[in-house]
Ligand binder design. Structure first.
Ligand SMILES: Cc1cc2nc3c(=O)[nH]c(=O)nc-3n(C[C@H](O)[C@H](O)[C@H](O)COP(=O)(O)OP(=O)(O)OC[C@H]3O[C@@H](n4cnc5c(N)ncnc54)[C@H](O)[C@@H]3O)c2cc1C
Length: 288
């Protein structure tokens, strides 16, 4: 088993052939790949600062230069919180983003192309990390929309499979096309030889449970309803969630997070934090 530390350096941090990011912007990183999934969703990859250490599941502030101030002509960085969707060992960074048509940042960010620069403040933080949970047997990742981003990191993190006997990723979106990033990611994880080697085959423990709320699909319904009715447990052949065996991470809208907190506490799980690990942790996928 390759040694993977809790906070590793990128695989190619010291590679002499990695070109340094041009420094026209403060904390500039260069976009290497962009994929548009729907008219509301895209993902992109960029260079990673050699000095950036983070734990899989954390978020950083990223952005672009804002428009010049009409009075002074000066430009200020326009930054937003973004979960890092790539795992801590990856030599690049990946992000999965919404396109808000009148959003100050994403109305522009959605047009980035390979070779463009983005700003990345290298101060990762967040609660969706292994350190914030007590040891358990089964780990649930509950996500809606772009809330899958931190779990895109964590399902590629070897520690996830070392620490748990079963890992269940739920992703709920309105339409089938909104699930495609997650679907392809799970497929890629399951067939990734390097990840298989790093986890000694542990990725077979990964269960994927996608649902839609608006468009009919193989499984429809809000995750909160599926948990309350017990349908998800019947689907997966699981008796239920208990504080003895189950741990959970939640990332969605504020409403979803509030409802899921109540459901998980109803099962007897307590909310944890980096400084006080417990049975579940929550983070907002966006504010508003
Ligand atoms: C901890 C944290 C992590 C985040 N990680 C991500 C991420 O990985 N990917 C991502 O796309 N966004 C993420 N966000 C949201 C992100 O910070 C911005 O809000 C988003 O990029 C839109 O920026 P904007 O300037 O275009 O519009 P904003 O002015 O920031 O938002 C405008 C409105 O758009 C809606 N909105 C914003 N973000 C989303 C979203 N992700 N999904 C659905 N509706 C949204 C809200 O109603 C919001 O009021 C995160 C937010 C937080 C707090």
């Amino acid at each position: 088993m390759t040694a993977v530390t809790a906070n590793p350096a990128p695989r190619s941090a010291a590679r002499p052939d990695t070109p340094p990011a041009p420094k026209a912007l403060p904390d500039a990183q260069t976009v290497t790949e962009v994929r548009h999934w729907t008219d509301r969703l895209f993902s992109f990859r960029c260079t990673r600062p050699a000095s950036l250490r983070f734990r899989s599941g954390e978020f950083v502030m990223i952005g672009l230069m804002g428009d010049p101030d009409p009075a002074t002509g000066k430009q200020k960085p326009l930054l937003r919180a973004y979960s890092i969707a790539s795992p801590a060992w990856d030599d690049e960074l990946e992000f999965y983003s919404i396109k808000v048509q009148d959003g100050p940042l994403t109305s522009k960010l959605q047009h980035i192309q390979p070779g463009d620069q983005i700003i990345l403040r290298p101060k990762p933080v967040g609660t969706l990390v292994h350190d914030a949970l007590l040891p358990g047997k089964r780990l649930w990742f509950f996500s809606t929309g772009t809330g899958i981003a931190p779990f895109a990191s964590l399902i590629r993190e070897p520690q996830t499979y070392e620490d748990y006997e079963q890992v269940i990723l739920t992703h709920t979106c309105r339409e089938v096309a909104d699930l495609e990033y997650g679907r392809q990611l799970v497929e890629q994880v399951r067939s990734d030889e390097m990840l298989r080697e790093l986890t000694e085959g542990g990725i077979d423990k990964l269960v994927y449970y996608p649902t839609t709320t608006r468009e009919p699909s193989a499984r429809t319904g809000r995750i909160t309803d599926l948990l309350r009715s017990g349908e998800i447990f019947r689907d997966l052949g699981i008796e239920g969630i208990t504080p003895e065996t189950d741990r959970a991470m939640v990332c969605g809208s504020i409403g979803l997070n509030t409802d899921l907190k109540a459901i998980l506490e109803g099962f007897g799980l307590r909310e944890g934090a980096n400084s006080d690990p417990a049975e579940y942790v929550v983070e907002k996928a966006f504010v508003g």
